[in-house]
Design a protein around this ligand. Structure first.
Ligand code: CU
Length: 457
């Protein structure tokens, strides 16, 4: 984590003399830490205030705060950022404190919170605190409850957290543009009683979507439905963190949806219950078992399960186009049509031409073809048994024996006990020990997609 030097200098001035302290501190802003890496920072154990089990933000981090006269003070800086969407592609987005999404804000029911928001965007902005019960004038709706924050200015939001739960923040100013550019963040309010709704692992991420032409860097901001990158915390598979879980852990995954469509989120290997929405905790008597829960636009859902079954469990949006990266839709379906020989003839005229799928599109997962710069394969990623043929909103919950409490590292692929893996009829049951590389950096594939920018709905 880097630190913005000028803020540091201003706070450090207080150290040099008691006479200066009050005057400088009255005028000083809290530090606005900056993060330049897209990988998951370790959960931030609260250094002061009431204790809680901190959350793990997929490909993200938690914003540190300072305590001042009983207030928890945070500093968000809205600004242009560069976000690696997955290895091989970087996007020019807008976000907070160096990343899109912005850092997760964590606090405790009853906390008095003061959030400084500095605007370093090229246009005005505000922040709305989605789901938080607060005074109307702190609600962050530009024009309605406050003037927009002008370029270069800092506004202050102050409120007390009346209830615990799962919330988010995003602009309520030029919203279409600012959300299409990646401005959003997670906000978790922990229960005052640390034993209430305690989970051993508490993951959070926001769902977002971008429309970035292959070979370019900046999202189209007018797109309403035809997005071509479906992301979790502005990352797509295989760039999304795995969810490492110790066997026996009580696991919570909190998900918010700031895309323009719903996402049926599906977990393999477990049934789960929705225990929290952006409206609050769901009473036990009102929950039911699910393996897929739809998260509608603007909603948040927390799902919970006890991780009894070890393995590598796929976790993804069930809209199959949302587990693909950018591709074209103006491609005719060729299934059942024998066009052998045609491609070779066309390739003499158009060297990088590729015929799509007379047997389906699965071949895409293993083809080695050139991509435009800064463009991700449509379907990619290799597992221990071959190409995974996914993109977009896909990750893996990796349940393992004996992980340390604070160990969120990718534990590698699951080693299936002998005799527990599906095998080809007529062959001997194979040994299940996987020999695949453990780290996904070593296994990315490059597959050329059809040209044309149309995305998926
Ligand atoms: Cu989806």
């Amino acid at each position: 984590m880097n630190t913005r030097r000028h803020f540091l200098r201003r706070s450090a001035a207080g150290l040099f003399g008691a006479a200066l302290v009050s005057r400088v501190q009255a005028a000083s802003l809290p530090e606005a830490p900056l993060r330049d890496k897209p990988d998951m920072a370790p959960p931030l154990d609260p250094p002061n205030g009431r204790p809680y089990q901190p959350v793990a933000t997929l490909n993200g981090w938690t914003l540190p705060w300072r305590m001042k006269n009983g207030w928890k003070e945070f500093h968000l800086v809205a600004e242009p950022v560069r976000r690696q969407i997955a290895p091989g592609m970087t996007a020019h987005l807008w976000g907070y404190n160096g990343q899109s999404p912005g850092p997760t804000i964590e606090c405790v029911e009853g906390d008095k919170v003061r959030i400084f928001v500095t605007n370093k965007l090229p246009e005005h902005t505000t922040i709305h605190w989605h789901g938080i019960l607060l005074p109307s004038g702190m609600d962050g709706v530009g024009g309605l409850t406050q003037p927009q924050i002008p370029v270069g200015k800092t506004f202050v939001y102050e409120f007390q957290m009346k209830k615990s739960g799962t919330f988010m923040y995003h602009p309520h100013a030029d919203e279409m543009v600012q959300m299409a550019m990646g401005m959003m963040g997670f906000l978790v309010v922990h229960p005052r009683d640390a034993k209430f709704m305690r989970a051993d692992r508490d993951f959070v991420f926001l769902m977002n979507a971008y429309d970035i032409d292959p070979g370019s860097y900046t999202p189209r901001v007018n797109t309403m439905l035809d997005f071509n990158l479906w992301s979790w915390n502005s990352r797509v598979f295989p760039g999304i963190d795995h969810l490492a879980v110790r066997r026996g852990d009580r696991v919570r995954i909190r998900i918010g949806n700031l895309t323009m469509t719903n996402h049926p989120i599906h977990l393999h290997g477990y049934d789960f219950e929705v225990t929290c929405t952006d409206g609050g905790w769901v009473p036990k008597t009102a929950r039911w078992p699910e393996v897929t829960t739809d998260v509608a636009v603007g909603q948040m859902r927390a799902i919970e399960f006890t991780a009894n079954e070890p393995g590598d469990w796929a976790f993804h949006c069930h809209k199959s186009h949302h587990t693909m990266n950018a591709m074209g839709h103006n491609v005719p379906t060729m299934i059942g049509i024998d066009h052998r020989g045609v491609a070779a003839k066309i390739m003499k005229l158009v060297p990088d031409y590729m015929v799509m799928g007379e047997r389906g599109m699965a071949d895409m997962g293993e083809m080695e073809m050139a991509l435009p710069d800064n463009t991700l394969p449509m379907m990619t990623g290799a597992g221990p048994f071959g190409p995974i043929e996914m993109g977009g909103m896909f990750s893996v919950v990796k349940v393992r024996e004996g992980l340390a409490r604070d160990d969120y590292k990718d534990p590698g692929w699951y080693r299936h006990p002998a005799g527990t893996v599906s095998y080809a009829w007529g062959a001997d049951a194979p040994s299940a020990e996987s020999k695949a590389p453990a780290r996904r950096e070593e296994i990315s594939l490059r597959v050329r997609k059809p040209t044309g920018h149309a995305g998926h709905r």
